[in-house]
Design a protein. Structure first.
Length: 153
Protein backbone atom coordinates (compact mmCIF):
# COMPACT_ATOMS: atom_id res chain seq x y z
CA UNK A 1 0.00 0.00 0.00
CA UNK A 2 1.26 3.45 -0.94
CA UNK A 3 1.80 5.83 2.02
CA UNK A 4 -0.62 8.72 2.43
CA UNK A 5 0.55 12.22 1.51
CA UNK A 6 0.38 13.36 5.14
CA UNK A 7 2.64 10.50 6.26
CA UNK A 8 5.19 11.42 3.59
CA UNK A 9 5.14 15.09 4.61
CA UNK A 10 5.79 14.28 8.24
CA UNK A 11 8.49 11.75 7.34
CA UNK A 12 10.33 14.30 5.18
CA UNK A 13 10.07 16.98 7.87
CA UNK A 14 11.43 14.52 10.44
CA UNK A 15 14.36 13.65 8.19
CA UNK A 16 15.11 17.37 7.85
CA UNK A 17 15.09 17.58 11.66
CA UNK A 18 17.84 14.96 11.75
CA UNK A 19 20.07 16.89 9.36
CA UNK A 20 19.08 20.22 10.94
CA UNK A 21 17.99 21.94 7.73
CA UNK A 22 15.33 21.73 5.05
CA UNK A 23 11.65 22.42 4.73
CA UNK A 24 8.60 20.96 3.04
CA UNK A 25 6.22 23.11 1.02
CA UNK A 26 3.01 21.37 0.07
CA UNK A 27 0.29 22.71 -2.21
CA UNK A 28 -3.31 21.52 -2.25
CA UNK A 29 -6.56 22.80 -3.73
CA UNK A 30 -8.50 21.88 -0.60
CA UNK A 31 -7.84 22.49 3.07
CA UNK A 32 -7.64 19.08 4.73
CA UNK A 33 -8.31 18.73 8.45
CA UNK A 34 -5.97 16.77 10.66
CA UNK A 35 -2.80 17.29 8.66
CA UNK A 36 0.39 16.99 10.69
CA UNK A 37 1.72 20.18 12.17
CA UNK A 38 5.47 20.63 12.04
CA UNK A 39 7.66 23.72 11.95
CA UNK A 40 9.29 22.49 8.74
CA UNK A 41 5.99 22.03 6.85
CA UNK A 42 4.29 24.95 5.07
CA UNK A 43 0.83 24.36 3.63
CA UNK A 44 -0.25 26.44 0.64
CA UNK A 45 -3.85 26.46 -0.53
CA UNK A 46 -4.46 26.84 -4.28
CA UNK A 47 -3.65 25.41 -7.67
CA UNK A 48 -0.02 24.35 -8.04
CA UNK A 49 0.13 26.05 -11.43
CA UNK A 50 -1.50 29.38 -10.59
CA UNK A 51 0.85 32.38 -10.80
CA UNK A 52 -0.10 33.38 -7.22
CA UNK A 53 0.91 29.97 -5.83
CA UNK A 54 4.14 29.92 -7.82
CA UNK A 55 5.02 33.37 -6.43
CA UNK A 56 4.31 32.13 -2.90
CA UNK A 57 6.68 29.20 -3.43
CA UNK A 58 9.40 31.50 -4.81
CA UNK A 59 9.14 33.76 -1.77
CA UNK A 60 9.42 30.83 0.65
CA UNK A 61 12.39 29.07 -0.95
CA UNK A 62 14.54 32.14 -1.50
CA UNK A 63 17.96 32.09 -3.09
CA UNK A 64 20.76 29.62 -2.42
CA UNK A 65 18.49 26.76 -1.43
CA UNK A 66 18.91 23.16 -2.55
CA UNK A 67 15.57 22.30 -4.12
CA UNK A 68 13.95 18.95 -4.87
CA UNK A 69 10.35 18.76 -6.13
CA UNK A 70 7.84 15.92 -5.89
CA UNK A 71 4.78 16.24 -8.14
CA UNK A 72 1.63 14.33 -7.18
CA UNK A 73 -1.58 16.16 -8.00
CA UNK A 74 -3.82 16.14 -11.07
CA UNK A 75 -2.50 13.23 -13.14
CA UNK A 76 -3.52 14.45 -16.61
CA UNK A 77 -0.63 14.87 -19.03
CA UNK A 78 -1.37 18.56 -19.59
CA UNK A 79 -1.34 19.41 -15.87
CA UNK A 80 1.74 17.33 -15.04
CA UNK A 81 3.67 18.79 -17.97
CA UNK A 82 2.74 22.31 -16.90
CA UNK A 83 3.93 21.56 -13.34
CA UNK A 84 7.16 20.08 -14.66
CA UNK A 85 7.87 23.18 -16.74
CA UNK A 86 7.20 25.48 -13.77
CA UNK A 87 8.80 23.57 -10.90
CA UNK A 88 11.64 22.08 -12.95
CA UNK A 89 13.06 25.61 -12.97
CA UNK A 90 13.28 25.55 -9.15
CA UNK A 91 15.15 22.25 -8.93
CA UNK A 92 18.85 22.79 -8.35
CA UNK A 93 21.58 20.89 -10.20
CA UNK A 94 22.18 17.43 -8.71
CA UNK A 95 18.69 17.29 -7.19
CA UNK A 96 15.49 15.63 -8.36
CA UNK A 97 12.17 16.37 -9.95
CA UNK A 98 10.10 13.34 -8.98
CA UNK A 99 6.92 12.68 -10.94
CA UNK A 100 4.59 10.39 -9.02
CA UNK A 101 2.36 7.71 -10.54
CA UNK A 102 3.99 7.41 -13.95
CA UNK A 103 2.73 3.83 -13.80
CA UNK A 104 -0.74 5.07 -14.83
CA UNK A 105 -1.39 3.26 -18.12
CA UNK A 106 2.13 1.77 -17.77
CA UNK A 107 0.91 -0.89 -16.81
CA UNK A 108 -1.87 0.25 -14.41
CA UNK A 109 -5.07 0.79 -16.45
CA UNK A 110 -6.72 4.20 -16.11
CA UNK A 111 -9.51 6.33 -17.52
CA UNK A 112 -6.84 8.88 -18.42
CA UNK A 113 -5.77 8.59 -22.03
CA UNK A 114 -2.52 10.46 -21.39
CA UNK A 115 -0.97 10.84 -17.95
CA UNK A 116 2.25 11.46 -16.04
CA UNK A 117 4.43 9.12 -18.14
CA UNK A 118 3.51 10.93 -21.34
CA UNK A 119 4.23 14.25 -19.62
CA UNK A 120 7.69 13.01 -18.60
CA UNK A 121 8.41 11.85 -22.15
CA UNK A 122 7.46 15.22 -23.65
CA UNK A 123 9.31 17.18 -20.95
CA UNK A 124 12.50 15.22 -21.62
CA UNK A 125 12.21 15.82 -25.38
CA UNK A 126 12.11 19.58 -24.80
CA UNK A 127 14.49 19.81 -21.83
CA UNK A 128 18.06 18.49 -21.71
CA UNK A 129 18.69 19.63 -18.13
CA UNK A 130 17.20 16.42 -16.70
CA UNK A 131 17.90 12.72 -17.13
CA UNK A 132 15.96 9.71 -15.89
CA UNK A 133 17.72 8.08 -12.93
CA UNK A 134 16.61 4.43 -12.94
CA UNK A 135 18.85 3.67 -9.92
CA UNK A 136 16.06 5.10 -7.74
CA UNK A 137 13.71 2.31 -8.86
CA UNK A 138 14.86 -0.33 -6.40
CA UNK A 139 14.37 -3.81 -7.86
CA UNK A 140 12.28 -2.14 -10.59
CA UNK A 141 9.42 -1.90 -8.08
CA UNK A 142 8.00 1.61 -8.20
CA UNK A 143 4.84 3.60 -8.75
CA UNK A 144 7.08 6.07 -10.61
CA UNK A 145 8.88 4.31 -13.49
CA UNK A 146 11.04 6.86 -15.34
CA UNK A 147 9.74 9.42 -12.84
CA UNK A 148 13.00 10.15 -11.00
CA UNK A 149 14.51 12.98 -13.01
CA UNK A 150 17.93 14.21 -11.96
CA UNK A 151 18.90 17.75 -12.92
CA UNK A 152 22.30 17.60 -14.61
CA UNK A 153 22.59 21.13 -16.08
Amino acid sequence: MEPQKEEVLFFLASMFDLVKHGKVITIDIEDIEGRPEHERITYLLGSSTSPHTVEQVKSIIGDGSHIMVILDSDHSKHHVLNEMRIYGEFVTKGNYLIVEDTNINHPIPSKLELGPMEAVEEFLRENDCFVVDRTKEKFFMTFNPNGYLKKVK
